[in-house]
Write a protein that binds this ligand. Structure first.
Ligand code: AMP
Length: 289
């Protein structure tokens, strides 16, 4: 069913042809262009990426596409919040165009191409969600080639995803500058996420402790504590808060996501966590030291 967009103050393109027509018009006027790929259910974290892009270029396209290929069959594709009218309202006077294609526009009959990276996609999210990054890399490559922006912004919230995209853009010579945006957090430090709406009041309270444990663990490791000791102790604390499972709590090289030898960091380290509370999976990360 077609969405009624008559109340939107920001234009919406639903096809690649319409997206390109608008961007071609901007280019003719000599304007520069940025892209913020999202799955919608926009919050201040997304909007901060739009603001970041607008400090670098004249026009910002925000794509809203709940990409089916980055969800595994048991994940929350159907339940994922879809709030396009509210998203359009939030983007008003901030973004310049919404690109909201259908799944059929992105993956028409006969579609056959997937982008697979090695290395950086292997650990952490790659182990917990083995098909996820192929879906992300493929849809982001398509969006970049559809829009051909000067810059595109991605949040540090999804740290490993940001490294995957930087790697892909470098490897495939895609002519775009990738910007990383700082993590926006709620008052108690919980990283903003479209999935936070799933949390019950009790889960929301426990979820707010995750960033605190992460920060304390990072500080302990920066002060010389063995990585394995610090992360094992903190995993127990996260479980004691009421989390059902810690998928990972690990310290990795910030760019390659490779593990450190000898249980000690040698600089450029990042601590990353993924943990489930109730039916919600939360991720977060921070620098170490
Ligand atoms: P999503 O809609 O969850 O796919 O996210 C779209 C983009 O917004 C990704 O680049 C995310 O990393 C980024 N993002 C999500 N949450 C935050 C946040 N709390 N702070 C900054 N960026 C975020």
């Amino acid at each position: 069913m077609a969405l009624d967009t008559s109340s939107y103050k920001i234009p919406v393109a639903r096809t690649v042809a319409d997206l390109r027509a608008t961007i071609a018009d901007w280019r003719k006027q000599g304007l520069t262009v940025g892209l913020v790929p999202t799955m919608g259910a926009l919050h201040d974290g997304h909007l901060s990426l739009v603001d970041l892009v607008k400090t670098k270029v004249n026009r910002c396209v925000v794509s809203i596409f709940v990409n089916p290929t980055q969800f595994a069959p048991h994940e929350d594709l159907d339940a994922y919040p879809r709030t396009e009218a509210a998203d359009a309202e939030k983007l008003n006077r901030r973004g310049d165009l919404i690109f909201a294609p259908t799944a059929n526009e992105m993956y028409p009959a006969g579609y056959a191409t997937t982008i697979n990276l090695s290395g950086v996609t292997g650990p952490l999210e790659g182990e917990a969600r083995p098909t996820h990054f192929a879906g992300v890399a493929t849809v982001v490559a398509k969006l970049l080639l559809q829009a051909l922006p000067d810059v595109a912004a991605f949040g540090e919230k999804d740290w490993q995803q940001l490294q995957v995209i930087r790697r892909m853009v470098a490897d495939l010579d895609i002519p775009v500058k990738i910007l990383g945006g700082a993590i926006l957090r709620e008052a108690d430090g919980l990283a903003m996420s479209s999935r936070n709406v799933y949390l019950s009041a009790e889960e929301r309270e426990a979820a707010g402790q995750l960033n605190i444990i992460l920060r304390e663990t990072a500080a302990e490791i920066a002060a010389g504590k063995m990585i394995s000791t610090a992360t094992a102790e903190s995993t127990k604390r996260i479980i004691a808060l009421g989390f059902a499972h810690v998928d990972y709590l690990e310290v990795r090289d910030a760019a390659s996501l490779a593990a450190f030898d000898n249980d000690k960091t040698t600089g450029g380290a990042r601590i990353l966590v993924a943990a489930k509370i109730g039916k919600t999976r939360l991720i977060d990360n921070m620098p170490v030291g």
